[in-house]
Design a protein around this ligand. Structure first.
Ligand code: PFF
Length: 457
C-alpha cells in the first residue's frame, strides 16, 4: 500500500533540510585537508568549476527524479525503468560505508569539545596530542561509540526534528564563527603564505597525472559534500512540493555548502602555514583540522582560546550530527523497506553493523596503523576512497547515462519546469549527456589503475 508522503512546508523548508544534510564534516573537516593536499588554489578552482557544472546538474537531476516518482532512491530508479533499479542499490551502499567512519571523525570532534570544556587549551595544541589520542585504543573507540550512540538514539526516538531545529539556530552561528576564525587565522604571522597557497593556483610542476588525481579528489569531495550520488537527494526530492523551483533551490544549497567549505579552508590552511611546516605539513590528511586549529585557539590565549574552541567544536558537532542522522535515517529506512523490520530492530541492527564496520577505522591510527589497504595511509582513508572516489563516481556516471540516454533529459526538464522556468537547461543536458559521462569515465579508470599500481599517473 502506498504511504502518503509528507512534504516540506514550502521552499525554505526544503532548502534548509537539504542544506542540513549537505553541510557537515565534509565541509569543515574534509574540504580543507583535500585543498591543502592537492595544491591549494588549483583544487579550489577545479572544485568551483565542477560545483557549478557537475554538482548543479546532478543535484537538479536527483531532486527531479525524487519529485517525479515520489519515491526514495531504490524504488525511484525501479519505477522509471525496472532494469536500472540497481543504480539505486549501488547508491544505497554509499551511506553504509560512510556512516561508520563519519562517526569516527564525529568522535574526534566530541573529544575536542571535552578538551575545551576542561580548558586544556595548551595541551591540545601540542604536536603529539592528536596522535596520542587516536593511537590510544580506549578513547578512540569510546568517542566513536558516543557519537554513533547519540546518532542512533536520535534516529531511534525519532526526535531529529528537535535536533534540526537546534541546528537551524546553530548553523548561522557556525557561519559567523567560521568567518571570525578565518579572519583571525589569516592575520597570524606567516599566514599570508598560506592564504596565497589556498587562493592562487600555482601550475608550476603540475603534470597531467596530478591534474587527474586532483579532478578525482575534487569530484569525490563535491559528491560527498553535497550528499550526491547516494540517493539522499532523491529521497529529499520526493518530499518536495511541485510549485517550488528546483533550480533556485539547488543554487541556494550549492552556495551555502560551497561557501562554508571555502571559509573552512581559509580557516585551516593559513593556520598550517603560520604554525607548522607550511607546505611540508599540508599533506597531513584527516588529522589536519585537529592539529592546526588548536594552535590557533592557543594563540588566542587561555581564556579566549577556550571559549572560541569550545564554541567551535560544539557547533561543528551539531553540523556533524545533522548529517550523521540523515545518513543513518537513510540506512534504517532502506533496511525497513526491504526487510519489513520495525524501527527499533532496524535501528539496533544498523547501530551494531556500524560499530563493526567503524572499529577498524577507529583503530587504524593506533593498533591497526600497520594496515595500509591499497597503499593508502590508513583504514579510514581506504573507506573514504572506496565510497568517494570509486562508488560515487560510478553511481554518478550510471545516473548520467540513464538520464541522458534511456530516460532522456527532456522528461526531467519538464518536471523541473513545473516550478518555474529552467534557465540552465542547455547546460543541464550537455553536462548529463556528454561532459559528465566522458569525463567521469576517464578519471575513474585512470585513478583505479593508479590505485592498484597498474599504471602510474
Ligand atoms: N554532506 C555531508 C557532509 O558534507 O558532511 C556528508 C553526508 C551527510 C553525506 C549525509 C550523505 C548524507 F546523507
Amino acid at each position: 500500500m502506498e504511504k502518503k508522503r509528507s512534504s516540506f512546508t514550502g521552499k525554505i523548508g526544503f532548502v534548509l533540510a537539504a542544506a542540513g544534510s549537505a553541510v557537515g564534516l565534509g565541509n569543515i573537516w574534509r574540504f580543507p585537508y583535500l585543498a591543502a593536499q592537492y595544491g591549494g588554489g588549483i583544487f579550489l578552482l577545479v572544485y568551483l568549476i565542477l560545483a557549478v557544472t557537475f554538482g548543479f546538474a546532478l543535484m537538479c537531476a536527483e531532486i527531479a527524479i525524487g519529485r517525479k516518482t515520489g519515491q526514495s532512491a531504490i524504488n525511484a530508479y525501479g519505477q522509471l525503468n525496472k532494469k536500472f533499479s540497481f543504480i539505486g542499490w549501488l547508491g544505497a551502499l554509499v551511506p553504509v560505508i560512510i556512516l561508520p567512519y563519519y562517526s569516527v571523525i564525529g568522535g574526534w570532534v566530541t573529544k575536542y569539545l571535552t578538551v575545551y570544556i576542561k580548558g586544556e587549551v595548551a595541551a591540545a595544541a601540542g604536536d603529539a596530542y592528536f596522535g596520542g589520542f587516536v593511537s590510544n585504543v580506549g578513547p578512540s573507540i569510546g568517542y566513536f561509540l558516543i557519537f554513533l550512540g547519540a546518532t542512533a538514539l536520535v534516529v531511534l526516538l525519532g526526535v531529529e526534528k528537535g535536533i534540526e531545529k537546534v541546528s537551524k539556530i546553530m548553523m548561522p552561528i557556525l557561519v559567523v564563527l567560521t568567518i571570525f576564525i578565518a579572519v583571525y587565522s589569516m592575520t597570524l604571522p606567516g599566514a599570508m603564505e598560506g592564504v596565497k597557497y589556498y587562493l592562487i593556483p600555482n601550475f608550476d610542476g603540475f603534470t597531467v597525472g596530478k591534474l587527474g588525481k586532483t579532478l578525482l579528489a575534487a569530484m569525490g569531495q563535491l559528491f560527498y559534500s553535497m550528499s550526491l550520488a547516494m540517493g539522499i537527494m532523491i529521497t529529499y526530492g520526493s518530499y518536495m512540493k511541485k510549485d517550488v523551483s528546483i533550480e533556485k533551490s539547488v543554487r541556494q544549497i550549492e552556495l551555502f555548502d560551497t561557501g562554508i567549505a571555502f571559509l573552512a579552508g581559509l580557516m585551516v590552511v593559513p593556520a598550517v602555514f603560520a604554525f607548522s611546516g607550511g607546505e611540508a605539513d599540508v599533506g597531513k590528511g584527516p588529522s589536519l583540522m585537529f592539529v592546526s586549529l588548536p594552535k590557533v585557539f592557543e594563540f588566542m590565549g587561555p581564556v579566549a582560546g577556550r571559549i572560541v574552541g569550545l564554541l567551535f567544536f560544539l557547533l561543528v558537532l551539531f553540523a556533524a550530527l545533522t548529517s550523521s542522522i540523515s545518513l543513518m535515517e537513510t540506512v534504517v529506512s532502506i533496511v525497513r523497506d526491504k526487510l519489513g523490520w520495525g524501527r527499533k530492530v532496524a535501528c539496533l541492527v544498523v547501530f551494531a553493523g556500524c560499530i563493526a564496520l567503524g572499529l577498524p577505522s577507529a583503530l587504524g591510527f593506533g593498533v591497526l596503523s600497520h594496515i595500509k589497504p591499497l597503499g593508502l595511509d590508513d583504514i579510514l582513508t581506504f573507506f573514504d576512497f572506496i565510497s568517494n572516489s570509486v562508488i560515487m563516481p560510478i553511481v554518478a556516471l550510471l545516473t548520467c547515462i540513464f538520464i541522458g540516454y534511456v530516460f532522456k533529459p527532456k522528461a526531467l526538464i519538464e518536471e523541473i519546469e513545473i516550478g518555474g522556468q529552467f534557465k540552465a537547461k542547455t547546460l543541464f543536458t550537455v553536462v548529463i549527456k556528454y561532459i559528465a559521462p566522458v569525463f567521469i569515465t576517464l578519471i575513474l579508470v585512470s585513478s583505479v589503475l593508479d590505485a592498484f599500481g597498474i599504471m602510474k599517473i
